[in-house]
Design a protein around this ligand. Structure first.
Ligand SMILES: C[S@@+](CC[C@H](N)C(=O)[O-])C[C@H]1O[C@@H](n2cnc3c(N)ncnc32)[C@H](O)[C@@H]1O
Length: 245
C-alpha cells in the first residue's frame, strides 16, 4: 500500500491521484457526506427491494456503486469472495448473507469507509474487513473464488497492473464480476484535464475496447461487457471474466 507522509503531498502523479481518491472517500465516510439519493440509486440499479427496505437508511444511503454487480450471480461453492473498494459495505453484506459456509474479504484503502463497512456488515460473521490497496492485494495467489468490484477499478491509474493482480489472486476457474464506467469517445476537456476528475470517478474512465484489451492481456477468458446503462456523462456496464488455465 502506498505510504503518504502527513503534510507532504506526494509528487508522483499516480500517488497524487491515489491520495486524492483516498482522501475523498475517507471524507465522504467520515463526514457522512455521501452523494444524495444512495438508497434510491441502489433501488433503481436493481438491488433486491425487500432486502434494501430491511436495511438501516444509514447503510443503504452510503451506496456509491454504479449498478447491481451481484444480479444473478450464483454464489454456490464460493468459499472466498473479495469486495474490492468495498466502500460502506453494501455488496459485502449482500454476498455474506448469500454464502453457505464461505467468507467475504471487504477491502478498501480509506479507513473511515472500512468503519462504515463494519457498521453495515456487523452482524454478518463471515466478513473480514481489510485495509489495503487493490493494486497490491494482501492475498495469496490462487485463493479467491469471486472478485467483485463496484465502481472502484475505474479509480486506479494502472488498470492493467491491477487486473494482473486480480488474476494472480483468483483460483483457476474463479470469476471477476464488476460494475464499471466506460466512455464513448473523449470526455470534454474540462473533465479530461481536471486532476480532481479522478475523485469523481471520471478521470480514469476507459473505453469498452480498452477494458477488453486489458482483460485479455491479463489472461482472462470468457470476457463479457453487458447491461449498459446511462451514467451521464458516461455509461455504467457489467464486466465479467473468468480465470481459465
Ligand atoms: C465509488 S466508491 C464504491 C464503493 C462501493 N463499492 C459501493 O458500491 O458503494 C469506490 C471505493 O473504492 C475505494 N478505492 C479506490 N481506490 C482504491 C484502491 N487503490 N485500493 C483500495 N480501495 C480503493 C475508495 O476508497 C472507495 O471506497
Amino acid at each position: 500500500m502506498a505510504v503518504f507522509v502527513k503534510g507532504k503531498p506526494p509528487t508522483d502523479w499516480k500517488l497524487q491521484v491515489k491520495s486524492f481518491v483516498r482522501d475523498r472517500y475517507a471524507h465522504l465516510a467520515e463526514a457522512d457526506a455521501f452523494p444524495d439519493g444512495g438508497s434510491g440509486r441502489a433501488r433503481g440499479a436493481g438491488y433486491p427491494p425487500q432486502w434494501l427496505a430491511g436495511l438501516p437508511e444509514r447503510v443503504s444511503s452510503a451506496y456509491c456503486g454504479c449498478g447491481y454487480a451481484l444480479d444473478g450471480v450464483d454464489l454456490s461453492g464460493v468459499r472466498l469472495a473479495v469486495d474490492l473498494g468495498c466502500g460502506a459495505g453494501l455488496d459485502s453484506r449482500l454476498v455474506a448473507e448469500g454464502l453457505d459456509g464461505g467468507w467475504v474479504l471487504a477491502l478498501d484503502m480509506a479507513l473511515p469507509m472500512l468503519r462504515r463497512a463494519r457498521e453495515a456488515t456487523g452482524g454478518a460473521a463471515p466478513v473480514r474487513l481489510t485495509a489495503g490497496d487493490i493494486e497490491v492485494l494482501p492475498i495469496r495467489g490462487d485463493a479467491v473464488d469471486l472478485v467483485m468490484a463496484n465502481a472502484s477499478l475505474n479509480l486506479l491509474t494502472d488498470k492493467g497492473a491491477a487486473l494482473a493482480e486480480l488474476w494472480r489472486v483468483l483460483r483457476p476457474g474463479g470469476r471477476l464480476i464488476a460494475r464499471e464506467l466506460v466512455r464513448e469517445g473523449e470526455l470534454p476537456d474540462e473533465i479530461a484535464q481536471d486532476p480532481q476528475a479522478w475523485n469523481a470517478s471520471l478521470g480514469g474512465v476507459l473505453e469498452e475496447g480498452e477494458w477488453l484489451r486489458l482483460l485479455g492481456a491479463a489472461g482472462f477468458s470468457d470476457v463479457e461487457i453487458t447491461d449498459h446503462r446511462s451514467f451521464t456523462p458516461v455509461i455504467a456496464v457489467r464486466i465479467e471474466a473468468v480465470k481459465k488455465v
